[in-house]
Design a protein. Structure first.
Length: 156
């Protein structure tokens, strides 16, 4: 059986890997840029049927209790986890089995990744991308920047 009869040959894999690496490099450049530059918009703002008016506020300009209140209400383990809170996921799954229904277990890092870069909706693919992006944000941005971006782009 020749290589062309088998399907994906060496050339196809080469192109596929170069495409994936190129996309990862573009993502890295975007995340490095957004570490220092305020995002002009988010994926959720772009999808809004209404005009969105936003004014960026640096986290240092906000009263400290604003950030603390957000962490207390959204993700109490924010200072301790590394983007994905596996304990919260485990608790949510256990609660789902006991009572039915599923409660959220997304961290502030995951919500920032979702609101900034991904689409609305629920799917395992999006959740997987969200988790990977959350880990990347933790490494590239750090907690303070994640919280600053979240406070500026989250929809309340």
């Amino acid at each position: 059986m020749t290589q062309s009869e088998r399907g994906f040959g060496g050339w196809t894999w080469f192109v596929l890997w170069r495409t994936v690496l190129g996309m990862l490099l573009l993502l890295l450049i975007l995340l490095l840029t957004l570490r220092f530059v305020a995002p002009p918009t988010s994926s959720f703002m772009l999808q809004s049927p209404y005009p969105v008016r936003q004014q960026w506020v640096r986290i240092d300009s906000l009263p400290a209790h604003v950030a603390l209140a957000m962490v207390a209400s959204e993700d109490q383990r924010f200072p301790a986890h590394f983007g994905v809170d596996f304990s919260a996921i485990s608790d949510a799954l256990a609660q789902s089995e006991q009572r039915g229904g599923l409660r959220g277990a997304s961290t502030i890092s995951q919500q920032t990744a979702k609101n900034l870069l991904l689409w609305p909706g629920r799917s395992l693919v999006r959740k997987g991308l969200e988790a990977g992006l959350a880990l990347s944000l933790e490494v590239i941005w750090g907690k303070k920047r994640i919280l600053e971006v979240y406070l500026n782009i989250a929809e309340f």
